[in-house]
Design a protein around this ligand. Structure first.
Ligand SMILES: *Cc1c(COP(=O)(O)O)cnc(C)c1O
Length: 381
C-alpha cells in the first residue's frame, strides 16, 4: 500500500466530511429537502464570492461557465478586450472567437502580470468595447492579476462588463465581487471549493444582467435567465448534480466555520512556505514577485534535471502527485497545488518528497533546507 497525496491545482482533495454527505442515498431534486440544501449552498457561495448579487450554479466544469459568460453577455461582432498571460486566458480568447466576437488581444508572457494601465489604454482606444476579461489566478503560471485595479477602470464604462475567471482564485486569494466592481466571477467545484469536478458557479451583477438583455448569441443549457428564474423558486431548471450540490453545501459550511478571511490567510501561508522551501533548495520561482497567487506555486526545474522525471518520481515512488508545466513549459516547470483542503503538513510532506526526488536525480542542495524554510514560515519566525 502507498499513501497518496494530491497536490495539484485541480482536482483537489475532498474532505471526508464532504465525501460522506455525497455517499447518502439519492434524493429527488424537486423536494423541499433538496431546495433547502440548494439555497443553503447558494447563500454559502454568495459568502465566498462576497456578493449580494446573483450566483448561478451549473453542472459543468469551469469551462462551461466560461463559455456561458461569453454567450450570455454579448452579440456576434461585439468588441471585447481579452487579457491573457497563461493557458486559461488563451481559452477565453478562443471562446470569444468561436462566438464571433471581435477580440482585442492583450497578450503577455506567462511570467508577466496583466497591466491595469494597458487595460485602461485598450479601453480608451476601443470605447465601444462591451467587455474586459481577466484571469485573476492563472493556474498555468501561478500569476495573480490585479482585478481590483482593473475593476475600478472598467467601472467607468457603463456598457462594458468585467468578466473574471477566478476559478482558482475563489477560496485562495481575496476576491471581493461587489466591492471591486466585478460583474461576472467564475469558479469550479474541483478547485478551492474542495469538491469533485462537475460543478461550476458564477456571479452576475446588475450590469451583467443588462448585457444579458441585449445579448443575441444562442444559448440554451447555459442560459443564465433559466437558472435565475428557477432559483427564484428555490430550484434549478434542469436535473442538478444532486450529490455535488449536497457536498457543496457541506464544503461551504466548512469555509464559513473557518471564516473566509482565515481561509485566504491559510492559503497565503501555505504558498509562502512552498515558495521559501523551494527557494531554499536553490530553485527559482516562475511567477514574478509582484503577482504571485496562493493557489499554486510553479517552480523552474533546475538546470540539468529532468523536469518530467520530477513529477513521475514524486508520484510513483513517493505517492505525491504534483502538476507539470503546460504548453511551452512542459518539462521546464513543475507546479505544487495548495488550493482547498490543505494544511501545513501537506506542504512539509511535499517538500520532503521533493527533496528526496531531487536527490535521486543527482541535484545538489542542502538536504532538509526546504523543510526548515517551510517550518520557519509555519512557526512565524
Ligand atoms: C481549472 C481552471 C479552469 C476550468 O477548467 P475545467 O477543466 O473546465 O474545470 C478555468 N480557469 C482556470 C484559471 C482554471 O484553473
Amino acid at each position: 500500500m502507498q499513501k497518496k497525496y494530491l497536490m495539484t491545482p485541480g482536482p483537489t482533495p475532498v474532505p471526508a466530511e464532504v465525501l460522506l454527505t455525497q455517499s447518502a442515498p439519492m434524493i429527488h431534486h424537486r423536494t423541499p429537502d433538496f431546495s433547502a440544501t440548494l439555497m443553503g449552498a447558494v447563500a454559502g457561495l454568495k459568502y465566498v464570492f462576497q456578493t449580494e448579487g446573483d450566483v448561478l450554479v451549473m453542472a459543468c466544469s469551469g469551462t462551461g461557465v466560461m463559455e456561458a459568460s461569453i454567450s450570455n453577455c454579448f452579440c456576434a461582432g461585439d468588441t471585447i478586450i481579452v487579457t491573457r498571460n497563461g493557458k486559461f486566458g488563451d481559452r477565453m480568447k478562443q471562446l470569444a472567437e468561436v462566438y464571433g466576437l471581435n477580440v482585442v488581444d492583450l497578450s503577455y508572457e506567462w511570467t508577466q502580470v496583466v497591466s491595469p494601465a494597458d487595460v485602461a489604454a485598450a479601453l480608451e482606444a476601443n470605447p465601444d468595447a462591451r467587455g474586459v476579461v481577466v484571469t485573476q489566478s492563472e493556474t498555468s503560471s501561478g500569476v495573480l492579476n490585479d482585478v481590483k485595479a482593473i475593476g475600478e477602470i472598467v467601472a467607468g464604462y457603463p456598457d462594458c462588463v468585467f468578466i473574471v475567471d477566478s476559478i482558482t482564485g475563489i477560496g485562495a486569494v481575496e476576491c471581493k465581487t461587489d466591492a471591486w466592481n466585478l460583474d461576472v466571477v467564475m469558479t469550479g467545484s474541483q478547485k478551492g471549493l474542495m469538491l469533485p469536478p462537475g460543478l461550476a458557479a458564477c456571479t452576475v451583477s446588475e450590469k451583467a444582467w443588462r448585457a444579458y438583455e441585449r445579448s443575441t448569441l444562442p444559448k440554451y443549457y447555459f442560459d443564465w435567465k433559466k437558472y435565475k428564474k428557477s432559483l427564484d423558486k428555490d430550484t434549478t431548471p434542469f436535473t442538478p448534480a444532486v450529490s455535488l450540490i449536497i457536498g457543496l453545501a457541506k464544503a461551504l459550511e466548512m469555509i464559513r466555520d473557518e471564516g473566509i478571511e482565515n481561509t485566504i490567510a491559510r492559503h497565503s501561508r501555505l504558498a509562502e512556505a512552498t515558495r521559501r522551501g523551494c527557494e531554499a533548495l536553490g530553485m527559482k520561482l516562475f511567477a514574478p514577485p509582484e503577482g504571485r497567487g496562493s493557489a499554486v506555486t510553479p517552480v523552474w526545474v533546475p538546470e540539468g534535471v529532468d523536469g518530467k522525471a520530477i513529477v513521475k518520481i514524486m508520484k510513483e515512488k513517493h505517492g505525491v502527485t504534483i502538476a507539470g508545466g503546460q504548453d511551452d513549459y512542459v518539462g521546464r516547470i513543475f507546479r505544487v497545488g495548495h488550493l482547498g483542503y490543505f494544511g501545513d503538513f501537506d506542504i512539509i510532506i511535499t517538500l520532503s518528497a521533493l527533496e528526496m526526488t531531487l536527490a535521486e536525480l543527482g541535484y545538489e542542495f542542502d538536504r532538509g533546507a526546504g523543510i526548515v524554510a517551510a517550518q520557519t514560515v509555519f512557526m512565524g519566525e
